[in-house]
Design a protein around this ligand. Structure first.
Ligand code: DP6
Length: 353
């Protein structure tokens, strides 16, 4: 699908002057990480990534639109009932970027009311679920203008728009395993929007538990948007992008065969590589906290001694995502509460859906 097909071109249309749309979108956790984007292009990744969408961890967004009387655009944004002027620059940039593709947006003012089921800016991708929920709301306006709009196009364009707000958000449009970024072995994969993973997945990877250990609830000191830029001058960047693309090839066969151990080793390696990139960028940074390390070592020790299939992945922050098969949920969750709870501020019981 060509980028141009996402333009909404009509100059005249009829739509009610005021309206309210509510949409929900889930967060996601990347198995192969998106880290680095093209310098002179808007939100184009330097390697392909794949994620699981997460159950119980989501954003609900209510978009109120009101016909504009004056020329200037007014947007107000509320998080859990409190006005958040600090979010405005990012949201305004988002609206500015997408108004090329959704010209009708220029005729309205907006109030965005949103809430998350998880802490904002804690390393759980709140920008992913919030930008994708907002993109879904906007597509709902477009649907009111184009009666023949097909579901497939609705989701593709929602993913395309969400990407312009936050890269990883384009993967949150779909449930399950979702791929973003062109990869030679994945048919239909491209840099403009995400697609549902199109190949065979072994049943062991279809029902997976994701337990999120919140180690640090404070907002991150370095935001991922800034971190991506550091990859442009990173001495190991080229090798990292090659490695991510090779990992994607390996993952395709792992997902088909159902080898959980290989899967776990791959995702742990990806997570540590992401953190290694930020630790070795200039300026360098460390997202992990002492309790992140305590958790990782405790998981490794437990795995050796119990032979259980439990592996971790990390996001851009201190928190840890544990992944394990649903069949082992009861015993592993019990162990998590008895041996890991001590290191955490909070535990979120999620699942890959
Ligand atoms: C570490 O999507 O938050 O979570 O495109 O600048 O908004 P922007 O970045 P963002 O980066 C997410 C990076 C990551 C890995 C991933 O989700 O793939």
């Amino acid at each position: 699908m060509k980028k141009n097909c996402f333009f909404y071109r009509k100059k005249k249309y009829s739509i009610e002057p005021n309206g309210v749309i509510t949409k929900k979108s889930h967060s996601n956790i990347a198995l192969i990480k998106y880290w680095g984007k093209h310098k002179n292009k808007i939100q184009i990744p330097l390697n392909s990534s794949i994620s699981y969408s997460l159950g119980r961890v989501y954003t609900v967004t209510r978009l109120i639109y009101q016909e504009k009387k004056k020329r200037n655009l007014s947007i107000k944004i509320f998080l859990s009932g409190k006005e958040k002027t600090s979010f405005l620059p990012k949201i305004l940039e988002f609206f500015h970027r997408i108004s090329f593709y959704c010209s009708y947006l220029r005729d309205f003012n907006f109030i965005i009311e949103t809430y998350n089921t998880f802490p904002h800016s804690s390393g759980i991708a709140s920008s992913a679920s919030s930008m994708s929920a907002l993109a879904l709301c906007i597509m709902e306006i477009e649907k009111k203008l184009v009666f023949s709009l097909k579901k497939d196009f609705f989701l593709k364009k929602a993913s395309f728009l969400a990407r312009l707000g936050s890269g990883s958000a384009c993967r949150s449009i779909y449930p399950g395993l979702v791929v973003w970024g062109s990869h030679k072995s994945i048919k239909g994969s491209n840099d403009l929007y995400a697609i549902p993973y199109p190949y065979k997945v072994h049943p062991i990877f279809k029902k997976m538990v994701n337990t999120i250990l919140i180690i640090d609830e404070k907002p991150k000191k370095i935001l991922s948007s800034k971190g991506h830029l550091l990859m442009n001058k990173h001495p190991y960047a080229r090798v990292r992008f090659q490695c991510a693309n090779q990992n994607m090839d390996r993952l395709i066969s792992i997902l088909k065969i159902g080898d959980f151990q290989e899967f776990g080793e791959l995702i742990e390696h990806e997570a540590l590589t992401l953190h290694a990139m930020i630790m070795t960028s200039r300026p360098y940074f460390l997202w992990m906290k002492p309790n992140t390390l305590n958790v990782l070592h405790t998981v490794w020790d437990f795995r050796i001694q119990s032979k259980k299939n439990i592996y971790f992945t990390l996001d851009a922050g201190a928190n840890v995502h544990l992944l394990y098969p649903i069949q082992e949920k009861k015993s592993i969750l019990k162990w998590i509460y008895s041996d890991l709870f001590f290191y955490c501020k909070k535990i979120i019981e999620s699942f890959c859906y």
